[in-house]
Design a protein around this ligand. Sequence first.
Ligand code: DON
Length: 577
Amino acid sequence: MMGRFAGSLIVSVLFLQGATAAPAAAPVSYGVEADTFHPVKEQNGMVASVDALATQVGVDILKQGGNAVDAAVAVGYALAVTHPQAGNLGGGGFMLLRTASGHTTAIDFREMAPTRASRDMFLDAQGNADSKKSLTSHLASGVPGTVAGLALANKEYGTLPLSRLIAPAITLASKGIVVDEALADDLNVYGKEVLIDHPNSKAIFYRPDGNPWKRGETLVQRDLAHSLTLIAKQGPEAFYKGKIADQIASEMAAHGGLIGKADLANYRAIERKPISGTYRGYEVYSMPPPSSGGIHIVQILNILENFDLAKMGFGSADAMQVMAEAEKYAYADRSEYLGDPDFVKVPWQALTSKDYAKSLAQKIDISKARPSSEIKPGKLAPYESNQTTHFSVVDKQGNAVAVTYTLNTYFGSGIVAGSSGILMNNEMDDFSAKPGTPNVYGLVGGEANAVQPYKRPLSSMSPTIIAKGGKTWLVTGSPGGSRIITTVLQMVVNSIDFGMNVAEATNAPRFHHQWLPDQLRVEKGFSPDTLKLLEARGQHVKVMPTMGSTQSIMIGPDGMLYGASDPRAIDDLTAGY
Ligand code: DON
């Protein structure tokens, strides 16, 4: 141990010795003409989402005098129609919101395990985790939370009636949407894998002639329009106790699923206190458990505070090494300590303390990667998948909302409940089916995240808001499964340490280490020289597909809004007025 620590003294872990002033943040950038990437700039309100139609719905609500929460609720409903890959009524997620007066709160509308769920429900006869059960069967769904979550947000923090916020979604579902490139591609590739086996889903999302979708064709969702109309008229009761509840419960009963009417009636969205921390003079707010995102973003930032990233520079082997090593420790802790706080005691104060971070920072050797096996043993990810969605909204008054919600993988379980038109999630896969067995994102977990009735599966979704001097500064979040935490982290570090404007911070190539597998996943775009240096330090570098799809808004000192959608998504849009 001493030897290892002595080794790290060779390198630039100077600030741990307390001899030097703490490394500072870089000057903030809102973009200048000479920059490579430029944010969208608006004065009165802004929405950033993965889908242009949904963004437009949100901007319209803002223009009509709705606040950021109203707009976010309307975008949430619109995406359930325009972005069935992840937008949903049959899934769940998290909202982080910060009012203009600085009140910051989190709404947990994560799915919940039904009462008949049990610890070993996803094991096969041999006792091995069966990912088919947890991903594509009727057992894959937790009790959906989105309708309850959006209703809670509307009731506590909105200004317009819910029915008015659902109206645009009803129009989009009943009149039909023009299928854009992203939707056509995803329906043709991922949709085909998961939707075709279920007659209800096939009838809606699969073309009758079996031909692939082409950009520009129209997708009408009549059943969904009907369900939306019921919710608009009767409120969330329609979903949890009324006709839609009947549809979901009978779909489940007919096919071996576990969600019953009592499960739906018992579901509650929960308002929680956000995880907060500080980073180089900024205030950080993010999602508390059952998301792991807030805790580990703050934990990693606390570790990074001990290093001068600005001096190391973006894309340098030093900065990437320090970040990757910090990430490994955080993900190792995630596997052990994180779960639904209503079931397990999550030691969040310890995990987010500056002292603990300092002790981890001292273990980081900038010249030599610590093999993950020395931190904790684990297995490789079976395969990967990608689909969740994030949107950010800021209004004229300065209220800010960040929402990440999902069905889990593309189109969730692929199962539409009866004739509701509602696609069901496969969020049960986020529980650990068996200790040490990786889920679809390669994440391992143990007891804290074992399946239990009424428990919410551990998430990585991290809607995040950064403030400076008490004023909201950056609103961000991303999909990406286990990679959400590191994607959001890089938005923060790129903006604060590397002085990038929000568009540059979004466009910059990303990397990720999640402890297990012991692999430094990088997007293309980093210098091969840097990657060679990292290999030489013991990192197992692998160039892999892009990660994350951030939707972010930065607020300038004069209240000007600067937004950026992710170039990694095809039809996303940031707009305002
Ligand atoms: O809650 C979670 O962490 C996952 N169900 C999120 C899934 C996701 O981000 C999919 N992809 N992009």
